[in-house]
Design a protein around this ligand. Structure first.
Ligand code: S3P
Length: 765
């Protein structure tokens, strides 16, 4: 695109981000991570790098963190369209002075942690702050430094604050904002004074206190002993004192005024606390501690919802791996946690109903807690009286309030897609965000039909989250033929249909889980249903009802397969949901020859449940009928494990949807199975697996497999250990907590030999 450069802001035009060469000046942790993230996002024409150290430049090229490296700053700037300064604040003046003669069309931005001084330097060098300079600051980092610590996901789910001035060019601002969004950050704009004051309190003061405390202790005569016996509290409190000293010296200098102000407030309160302790004023001491504890707990909660699975978030400092050793007996009687799909819907419909809804057996996994938190942020009171016992004070179909903050649903596709249907009809704007995996999953499958109903959305170019949902005054009904078998899309359209004028009709290509339909009926909504079509009339009133959530058949499936593969034992799984739209796994395993019996069949409200007994079985390979695929869609990772233990070949077709789950489950499972010695051939819509039953116990060779942060992949490979020759190590398993928080404990109870292992990764600033 042609550039037009001029002082008239209305005619100034820049290349699009896709066409721009982005120059990263300084390839340390911050610059290196940004370079890697931009490369991964493939969102710009080229990533250029400049650093004074020839060694770092070579390393960046070797790591493929940059496309082109420069050892001359002015050459680099001439080749760039966007220049990002990622060097310490103390270097800005010299750098800007050096590049000034060559800055013409380029947009300038930076990552400095103090903005007033950055603007001051720009003013000194350029005479006035250039309109193309967009000051920025990503609120992410690590106590580690250098390119070696750089990671492309450093900015995912983290805030980036931009502090534009009145005169800042709007297009430049939009481009810089887009650049950060492409690497997964959430961008906020505010004045530079506000930024500096917030950062003085939340970042600079804590760093100062941590450095100072460690220094005080280090200078004690008994410091050796002090550090020898210091434990978790000291470690957590002082982690940030290991940060780059030079950088922090610069920050303390640059934000001196705001920092001194905040330090002064802190000293006053510290002195008051000291006096209260000296005077043994327990009431006063308690008042401070209680207040702080309350606020800190609320903050922890908000972090949980904000970045529950942002890798390297403060809550996730360690990666979790599973180490699983072979096992031969699987037996016992267990109840797996509540059904995930039903738990999400219980919160949603309970919130929209008139009156109190009491839920028993609610799944307290991270996904459903994210749904719960989203509704709490929209003004719904939801309380928990005992494990799995949740009371929702419904606000009625029109009673939701604007949340005021983005709703972060973490890893949960169900939360995001169903909420899109519901939020499309609200009279306020909302933003939905999620973790790295969810931010790559397709949302247009939902926004397209909802747009046809009159909903208004903004997604990334790729049609993924973050999604902004604009306020709507009215929706109209549609007659929608689902292009894919997806209960989430069906449910999103039906939820919007509750608000639409007229009758909304959805027809699916194959039956998918019908919990939305059953629950709407339980809440008193009239539906018309035929085999594959469901219609709902807009304007219904939902009446609160009590719900009991069955145990999740998708979680039970892991243990069912473990028991079938074991050489000894008998496993009973209690009150498992056996809704016919979910029992594909039973059909498939039984056709393979699994010894499964159901007893005690009954209803929990509108949902059927049963106890399931599984015994060691001799399995044979099958061709899985395509009509069973949607009925077992979440169980394929563990079905693939069963297939590897069959006699003969198992063939899955018509399962393209598996490629857009929490991971590409066809590829990731094929990779893992191959690592364990199984001949697994991925196809565009399925997989062929050669069973290795003839090897008796030693079907899987043992080794390290990657779960790619996908909870069901992690649990499936844990089950594979039942028939492994040697231990299996599964990487990146923290997301098991999204659907099955006590998986390892229950797995241990029934006879799997597994343990969790933590492995440190970089932390957020
Ligand atoms: C779900 C529907 C399915 C399933 C997901 C839960 C639901 O997704 O995979 O775990 O609760 O509606 P799709 O609608 O994408 O098939």
């Amino acid at each position: 695109m042609e550039q037009v450069v001029g002082t008239d802001r209305s005619v100034q035009r820049f290349k699009s981000l896709q066409e721009s060469c982005v120059l990263i000046v300084g390839l340390g942790l911050i610059g290196g991570s940004l370079a890697k993230a931009l490369k991964d996002a493939k969102c710009c024409a080229a990533v250029l790098g400049y650093t004074r150290s020839a060694e770092s430049l070579q390393a960046a090229l070797r790591d493929e963190a940059i496309d082109q490296g420069f050892d001359c700053l002015t050459d680099a700037v001439k080749a760039a369209d966007i220049v990002v300064l990622c060097t310490p604040l103390s270097t800005y003046e010299a750098l800007l002075t050096e590049i000034k003669p060559f800055v013409q069309h380029q947009i300038l931005t930076d990552v400095g942690s103090v903005k007033a001084c950055v603007l001051e330097v720009a003013r000194t060098v350029f005479g006035s702050v250039p309109t193309t300079f967009v000051p920025g600051h990503p609120i992410a980092g690590s106590e580690k430094s250098g390119l070696v610590a750089a990671q492309s996901n450093l900015y995912r789910s983290h805030y980036v604050i931009l502090t534009p001035l009145e005169q800042t060019d709007e297009q430049a601002l939009t481009l810089v904002q887009g650049l950060w969004e492409e690497v997964g950050a959430q961008v906020s704009c505010m004045g530079f004074e506000q930024h500096d004051s917030i950062l003085a309190n939340t970042s600079h003061l804590p760093h100062l206190v941590a450095f100072s405390l460690v220094d005080t202790l280090a200078r004690r005569p008994d410091s050796d002993q002090v550090f020898q016996y210091a434990a978790g509290g000291f470690r957590d409190f002082t982690r940030i004192a290991a940060s780059d000293a030079l950088m922090w010296r610069d920050i303390f200098k640059a934000n001196r005024m705001a920092l001194l102000e905040s330090l002064n407030d802190f000293k006053e309160d510290l002195t008051a606390l000291e006096a209260a302790i000296a005077a043994d004023d327990q009431v006063q001491v308690m008042a401070v501690l209680k207040r702080a504890k309350q606020v800190r707990s609320a903050f922890t909660q908000s972090l949980l919802v904000r970045g529950q699975h942002a890798h390297g978030s403060p809550l996730n400092p360690a990666r979790l791996d599973f180490y699983c050793e072979p096992a031969d007996e699987i037996s016992g009687q267990v109840q797996v946690p509540g059904d995930k799909s039903i738990s999400h819907r219980a919160i949603m419909f309970g919130a929209l109903a008139e009156g109190l809804t009491q839920v028993q057996g609610f799944l307290e996994g991270e996904d459903c807690l994210a749904t719960m938190s989203a509704f709490q942020k929209m003004g719904v009171s939801i309380t928990r009286s005992a494990p799995g016992a949740v009371t929702i004070k419904g606000v009625g179909i029109k009673g939701l309030q604007a949340p005021g903050v983005p709703l972060d649903v973490g890893n949960s596709g169900t939360s995001m897609r169903l909420l899109l249907g519901l939020l499309a009809a609200q009279s306020f704007d909302t933003v939905l965000i999620g973790d790295e995996s969810l931010s790559q999953r397709p949302m247009t499958r939902v926004t397209e039909p909802l747009t046809a109903m009159g909903g208004c959305f903004e997604t990334t170019k790729a049609g993924t989250a973050p999604v902004k949902i604009l306020a709507s005054s009215s929706l109209s009904a549609i007659d929608y033929q689902l292009p894919m078998a997806s209960a989430q899309v069906k449910s999103a359209v039906l939820l919007a249909g509750l608000y639409a004028q007229g009758e909304t009709q959805v027809t699916e290509p194959a039956s998918t889980r019908d919990h939305t339909e059953r629950m709407m009926q339980a809440f008193g909504v009239q539906l018309k249903r035929t085999e594959q079509t469901v219609s709902v009339e807009g304007g219904a009133v939902l009446r609160a009802t009590d719900l009991q959530v069955p145990a999740d058949i998708s979680s039970a499936a892991f243990f069912m397969v473990a028991a079938a593969l074991a050489s000894r034992g008998e496993l009973q799984l209690k009150q498992v949901g056996v809704n016919p739209t979910r029992t594909g796994v039973l059909h498939i395993l039984r056709r393979m020859g699994a010894n499964i019996t159901l007893s005690n069949e009954r209803l929990f409200g509108t949902e059927p449940v049963a106890d399931i007994i599984v015994r060691p079985s001799v399995l044979r390979g099958i061709h899985i009928p395509v009509e069973w695929v949607p009925l077992a869609i979440d169980e394929f990772p563990v079905i693939f494990v069963a297939a590897a233990c069959c006699e003969g070949e198992t063939v899955l077709t018509g399962a393209r949807e598996l490629r857009v789950k929490e991971s590409d489950r066809i590829q990731v499972m094929a990779d893992g199975l191959q690592r364990l010695g199984v001949e697994a051939v991925p196809t565009p819509e399925g997989m062929r697996i050669q069973g290795r039953a003839h090897l008796s116990e030693a079907v899987f060779s043992g080794g390290v497999v990657e779960s790619h942060g996908d909870h069901r992949i992690a649990m499936a490979f844990a089950v594979a250990s039942v028939r492994a020759k040697a231990p299996i190590m599964i990487r990146d398993c923290a997301n098991v907590a999204t659907s099955f928080p006590n998986f390892t404990e229950l797995a241990g109870q029934i006879g799997l030999h597994m343990r969790k292992q933590s492995c440190k990764v970089a932390q957020a600033k």
